[in-house]
Structure formats: structure tokens, C-alpha cells
Design a protein around this ligand. Structure first.
Ligand code: TXA
Ligand code: MG
Length: 327
């Protein structure tokens, strides 16, 4: 059984030693639990891709303890520095031109000339990053395509036999992955919605919110891993279900309708931040319980709702070997 430790100084020192020795360590951030590896160690990064079953063409996010450390690996520009000043540390990832010294290996970047970087807000995560003293690449600590982990026991259940240590820092307060913004071009692009909303980014950069979504036709996919099946439970998911059908488990919003089967509300008080924090844990729970499918209530699109609906749409994608990009 994998070792699970509370975030003491000793546990953080042990985790940092393991990372420097090329081992995999899972740790909490404010968004979801990450599966960490030394970003400059090819063997460790290869082990990380293998542990998740993640295709190597889907690049990883490197985590650093502060902005100064970030600029050693990513090319600063006015867009990046404006967003960093306002939102770091916090649930924002910036895709920048890579300018490294080997700290983030080509394997971790999936061979791209760009890299994704973030400074998490979680005090435990930052203490670990400081102690490790190198970029720590960390995808969500779940098997590829599966539901993201927001508690240590989710990590243990999904990857327990493939991780050296899990630092248990309790449930993740935000509950959905960081917002990803590409700042490599003249115009910023929102690649993945999260707790830092499109409106917050647009306001900070003084651009219209609609411009963050770029051209919707054609064009190369700029975020490998953004368009496909992901975050998925084992059971089929039915979205925008105003009421559950017999035999379904129900993930509701606000007050629950009468239902002869499992039913839980993302937020009884219709609080969108509470719903985001509950999303993955409730999907884990309904997936493990009774019911042949999971029906999900319509969720408003405002604030964190955009991130919740993005994850739900991907989770509802049918299984397709060819479209697995695995996050
Ligand atoms: O909140 C989070 O971001 C969590 C915690 C652990 O920090 N991490 C996380 O990592 O969600 P992951 O690997 O599940 O998602 C990383 C996303 C993927 O969709 C990947 O394709 C994208 O970031 N990405 C990474 N590098 C990129 C790059 N150079 N260009 C475009 N997208 C990139
Ligand atoms: Mg993921």
C-alpha cells in the first residue's frame, strides 16, 4: 500500500528527496491533486507518463514556487507578466515560449517549443516545490481519461501502486484544474477554463472576452488534450438532465427532485464555487455506487460554471481509442 502522510516538514522533505531521486510523488494543490515528477529527469517523466497511461504527445504543466523561477523557463512578455502579477500564486497556467536550461525536458513538453508553467497557491505545494528546487511536472493524479482526484484517497484508489508517496493535504478547495492561457502569440488564448475566468483575464489584459476564444474554425489544435474525452467516469454520463430516469444515479444542482436511486446535489444552495469543489468527488462517488448511468442537472455557465460544464462535456464523450489524449 502506498504511503500517505500529512503535510509535516518531515513529509515535505521526504517528498522532495523522492522527487530529486526520480520517484513519483502525489501532492495537493488548490485545484486538484497532482502526480509530480522532476521535470528535468527524462526517466522520471517517462515513468510519470507510464503511470497515468498518458500519451506522450500530451505535454505536462511544470510547477514552480514563484514567478522569478517561472521566468527562467518561460519567455516573459507583457501578457505573461500582467497575468502573473494579478493571479500568481493561484489556479492559472501560462503557456509560454520555452527558454530553459534542461529544467523541463523535451519529453515533458511533448517536443513543443512552448511550455506550460504555473505557481500554485497551496502553501504545502509551494513548500514542496521550494524544497525540491527544480520544476516539478504534475498532471492531475488520475489514470489517463479518468475522473480527476480532489482527495488523497482518490489518488490512492487510482494510482496507489504506482506512486512512492502521497502528501494528504485534505480536499482541494477549488476542485477543477487551473485555467490555461496561451500567451505566446500577439493575442492571448484561453485553452482551458478554470477558476480564473475568461472575464477576469479579459479585464486584466484589457481585451474583449470574446477574443480569448480565438478562431473557431479550422486551425491547429493549440492545446493537445483540450478537445477530447477526459475526466470520465466508468458509467455513461447524460448531461442537462432536468430529472433522473429510473436506474440512473443523479448529480443535481440546487434542491433534488424525488428519485428512487442515488442522488446528490453539487450545491443545495446553488453556489457555483461549492459545486466546483464537489464535482469530481461526487462523480467518483456516483461512479462507485448503484445506477447504470449518471444523469447530471443543467449547470449555469456563469463564473466557475464554464469550467464545470467544460469538464462535464468532455466526461460525456463516448469512448474512442483514437481520440484518447489522456489527461
Ligand atoms: O490544476 C492543474 O493545472 C493541475 C494541478 C495538478 O496543477 N494539473 C493539470 O495537469 O491539470 P494536466 O496535465 O492534467 O493538464 C495540463 C493541460 C493539458 O491539457 C495539456 O495539453 C496542456 O495543459 N498543456 C501543457 N503544455 C502545453 C503546451 N505547451 N501548449 C498547450 N497546452 C499545453
Ligand atoms: Mg488531467
Amino acid at each position: 500500500m502506498v504511503e500517505i502522510l500529512p503535510p509535516s516538514d518531515a513529509a515535505i522533505a521526504a517528498a522532495a528527496d523522492l522527487l530529486r531521486a526520480g520517484e513519483l510523488v502525489a501532492f495537493a494543490t488548490e485545484t486538484v491533486y497532482g502526480l509530480g515528477a522532476d521535470g528535468g529527469n527524462d526517466a522520471a517523466v517517462a515513468r510519470l507518463y507510464a503511470a497515468k497511461g498518458r500519451p506522450r504527445f500530451n505535454p505536462l504543466i511544470a510547477h514552480l514556487p514563484d514567478s522569478d523561477a517561472v521566468w527562467r523557463h518561460g519567455e516573459a512578455n507583457p501578457l505573461a507578466t500582467a497575468l502573473a502579477a494579478r493571479f500568481w500564486p493561484g489556479p492559472l497556467t501560462l503557456v509560454m515560449a520555452h527558454r530553459g536550461d534542461g529544467g523541463i525536458s523535451p519529453l515533458a513538453r511533448a517536443g513543443l517549443e512552448t511550455c506550460a508553467l504555473r505557481v500554485p497557491a497551496s502553501a504545502t505545494a509551494r513548500a514542496l516545490l521550494t524544497a525540491a528546487g527544480r520544476p516539478v511536472v504534475a498532471p492531475s493524479a488520475n489514470p489517463s481519461e479518468g475522473i480527476s482526484p480532489t482527495r488523497a484517497d482518490h489518488v490512492a484508489a487510482g494510482l496507489g501502486d504506482r506512486v512512492a508517496l502521497i502528501i494528504d493535504d485534505g480536499p482541494c478547495p477549488i476542485g477543477v484544474e487551473s485555467t490555461v492561457v496561451d500567451v505566446t502569440g500577439p493575442a492571448p488564448r484561453l485553452l482551458r477554463p478554470g477558476a480564473i475566468t475568461a472575464a477576469m483575464i479579459a479585464e486584466t489584459l484589457g481585451v474583449p472576452e470574446s477574443s480569448l476564444h480565438g478562431d473557431k474554425g479550422g486551425g491547429a489544435v493549440r492545446a493537445p488534450g483540450m478537445l477530447r474525452r477526459h475526466y470520465a467516469p466508468g458509467k455513461p454520463l447524460r448531461l442537462n438532465a432536468v430529472a433522473p430516469r429510473p436506474g440512473e444515479a443523479y448529480l443535481g444542482w440546487g434542491a433534488l427532485p424525488a428519485h428512487d436511486g442515488p442522488a446528490i446535489s453539487l450545491s443545495l444552495t446553488a453556489d457555483i464555487a461549492e459545486a466546483a469543489a464537489n464535482l469530481f468527488a461526487m462523480l467518483h462517488r456516483l461512479d462507485a455506487g448503484a445506477g447504470s448511468a449518471i444523469a447530471v442537472a443543467p449547470i449555469p455557465e456563469s463564473g466557475l460554471g464554464a469550467a464545470i460544464n467544460d469538464r462535464l462535456r468532455r466526461a460525456a464523450q463516448p469512448r474512442d481509442e483514437m481520440s484518447n489524449d489522456g489527461g
